[in-house]
Design a protein around this ligand. Structure first.
Ligand code: SF4
Ligand code: SF4
Length: 392
């Protein structure tokens, strides 16, 4: 495909789809310095912002699909450029032209699966509640205390299903009157929006909002920071303003209220990884740490890049659906950091982080003691020594 010439039309198109902040960039390059990609290869979001300003986006190349929307560069930009919005605007143009090169070639299948079955994993809608078999979880009905919005990876991905099961068991132990939407739940749409498929995002948002209203939902509990982000910050575009709480916050709330009695111990050195969409994008740093500190036996240590400076796992911005070469995985760096601080458990609270870290863990020697856990799995084990169903 030929490179687009400096089109005023392209510049206008990028502005129109939300990427107009490129005009204030003065090319200082601070964004490239903080971008995690530059720990593993050469990548320049500064260059992409410049190309947007010139109307020369290279939509035929892989680079526009690299950004994991981690939020580190907008947080550090001295000019307030919204690099993520610029990148998403270019992706929207590429998607409109049906141009999905290299790693992005998986995206049409993801969109098709979302359209047909409401999830990005190519799974059937009817199987959305398979994770809950044997747990006696009720459908949400009006008047219940909270709706547990499970999310796609926790519903279908075998590793993350264990997190959903741990969550449900904790809620049961705390006596929470909760229910789920079952097959009426659809993907939140956060990540498909970041790869430029605005129509799919709108369709999913409307389906979910209708399901919330029909069921009389007042308060929503989510496990994924991506659901949390989009319900909290993006569904308001459709006039949805229901209360949304992330599981890390809800656990802190249940412990504080005395509804969860921690009877067991978790005698391990634990490092907590801040997921980008929970921490940097939404400021939830303290709740997960406060929960870990309440668990007897936990020795909580910090990783070198933590809180606002957390290292992205590489799964946001739709990257979870794209292939990343082994030598370019941020997860490998994160696991090395966890081992350097002497942690035997790397704890997080996001399905993309869990998936990427487990993949990186496969590269460790068999006798390496480092394990990957969701916060709920640690809490469940500490509550009463219950097997949290987690393989090493
Ligand atoms: S940090 Fe901001 S101003 Fe500097 S090059 Fe990047 S986008 Fe432009
Ligand atoms: S948002 Fe994160 S991954 Fe994307 S360009 Fe900025 S620093 Fe890099």
């Amino acid at each position: 495909m030929e490179l687009a010439t400096p089109f005023k039309e392209i510049i206008e198109e990028i502005k129109e789809v939300g990427g107009e902040s490129f005009k204030v960039c003065y090319q200082c390059g601070k964004c490239d310095v903080v971008c995690p990609w530059n720990k593993v290869t050469n990548f320049s979001i500064r260059k992409i912002v410049r190309q947007a300003a010139l109307g020369l986006p290279e939509i035929e190349l892989d680079d526009i699909w690299r950004c994991s929307t981690c939020g580190n560069c907008p947080a550090k930009c001295p000019r307030g450029v919204e690099q993520i919005e610029v990148g998403v605007a270019i992706r929207r143009i590429a998607a409109a032209y049906d141009v999905f090169p290299g790693a992005a070639s998986t995206l049409p299948a993801v969109s098709a699966s979302l359209a047909s079955d409401g999830n990005p994993l190519g799974e059937e809608r009817d199987c959305r509640t398979d994770w809950a078999k044997g747990l006696n979880i009720k459908p949400y009905t009006e008047g219940m205390e909270i709706l547990y919005f499970v999310g796609c990876y926790y519903s279908y991905d075998p590793r993350n299903q264990k997190v959903a099961r741990a969550t449900a068991k904790i809620l049961e132990k705390a006596g929470v009157d909760f229910g789920i939407l079952g097959t009426k739940e659809s993907c939140c749409g956060e990540s498909i929006r970041k790869v430029g498929n605005e129509d799919a995002f709108k369709m999913l948002a409307k389906e979910n909002i209708k399901a919330f209203i029909d069921a009389g939902v007042k308060r929503i509990l989510v496990s994924s920071p991506h659901c949390y982000h989009t319900f909290r910050n993006e569904y308001s575009e459709f006039m949805m303003n229901l209360e949304v709480v992330h599981i890390t916050q809800y656990l802190a709330e249940l412990i504080e209220a005395g509804r969860l009695e921690v009877g067991g111990e978790f005698n391990r050195r634990v490092a907590y990884h801040d997921p980008c969409y929970l921490g940097r994008h939404n400021g939830v740093f303290d709740a997960p740490r406060s929960v870990l500190r309440k668990l007897p036996g936990v020795d909580l240590v910090e990783l070198p890049d933590h809180r606002e400076d957390s290292l992205c796992c590489g799964g946001g911005g739709g990257r979870i659906w794209m292939h990343t070469d082994k030598e370019e995985r941020f997860g490998d760096i994160r696991l090395a950091q966890a081992r350097d601080v002497g942690a035997s458990v790397l704890v997080t609270s996001c399905p993309y982080c869990i998936s990427n870290f487990e993949e990186s863990r496969l590269g460790l020697p068999d006798d390496d003691p480092l394990t990957i856990r969701d916060l709920t799995e640690v809490v469940l084990e500490a509550l009463d020594g219950t097997d949290a169903e987690v393989a090493k």
